[in-house]
Design a protein around this ligand. Sequence first.
Ligand code: UD1
Length: 417
Amino acid sequence: MQRLIINGGKRLCGEIKVQGAKNSALPLLAGCLLAEGKTVLRRCPELTDVFAACRILNELGCKCSFRGGRVVTDSADAAGWRISEELMREMRSSIVFLGAVLGRTGKCELSYPGGCELGPRPIDMHLAALKQLGVRMTEEHGRISCSCPRGLKGAVIDLPFPSVGATENVMLAAACASGETLLRNAAREPEIKDLADFLNCCGADIKGAGCSTIRIRGVKKLHGCEYEVMPDRIAAATYMAAAAATGGELGLLGVRCEDVRAVTAVFEEMGAGVYCPEGRIFISCSRPLRAVRVIRTMPYPGFPTDAQAVVMAALATAQGSSMIVENIFESRYCHVDELVRMGADIKVSGRTAVIQGVKKLCGASLRAHDLRGGAALAVAALGAEGTSSVGNVHFIDRGYEQIERVLESVGADIRRR
Ligand code: UD1
């Protein structure tokens, strides 16, 4: 099992070119199935979850090659409609292939997706929305069989909660359905807009992505295109947290400031200087950091749940008492016990965490339990006194491209063992 060995206390300084967004690359890869012919995705992050998505494409008969951040797919022979349980279990986002496979073949058989480390992650909203588009479903031994006896038909769909994955599934399934789909209470995350932009680039007719109501006019077919994946706003938030935890100064290149406003506002409240010229974010942190009043994770444009853990790691040594309320996932505080091992003073009660800032954290032997929680441990270890080892690095590798090389390039003492 691989681990990161981090000698903390080194101030991070320099520039980081931020990777393409994992959470956008995955639905875009599913969208490649719908685009007849060749599609090129640039700035695709080399991550285990992205490799898993490529394996799903291969299983469905879609050619997929990955080199130097470019994924080239060719869906000419993509007639497959069954996704094996093994691949479905590899990651939660495998469920976005459902909408794409239905759009492509009119049927699909798959199992429940994996990735349950944040507590229960049901797919009821995905299934209910797809049913409204004319999909019939049966379930046996954990396998879900879907068919559209009369084809996919546009509909008016009201999501009970702006689920990111359900919004993506509806967009993918409705892109080539007959008629118009009106999706209300849709997720507004920037990754939704990126998927719509990509599908439109392939010939789809999707309007309103990024707002609560999305209108999708079904078109006959989509064609391939070349497209660049949007920047990863959560990787950007993580490197900002690393700058804060080490009293450092970082320039993040190739990012969109508007995507991370809720996060930069928190760092500013902590006392960091944040400057956002076009396509870049500069963050400068002198210690001591200040506590913040309360952070509530919310759907976009609110504070992202995916940045909760890394910001908590920075708050662990801020002066005063901060509070975080996790509203999106039930069980997203697995990193807290590990931070406490390092000397943090954090108390969790239900969805609320109270962080009483301590003077310093001490290096410890740590274990990641999930992707963002794992990244938070790395952030805390960078700012801590002494050496930490972070086990279960495979969680971190799901979302961060070569994390140790990136951090080393800005002055961290970090290696993988
Ligand atoms: C996506 C992101 C994830 C992020 C999350 C919230 C990807 C690959 N993952 O996950 O990193 O943390 O958005 O911003 O893009 N829910 C249901 N039933 C459903 C669907 C969702 O109850 O059918 C619940 C979930 O359990 C969760 C909440 O709704 O509590 C939000 O989930 P959702 O927005 O769907 O997140 P994901 O698409 O899974």
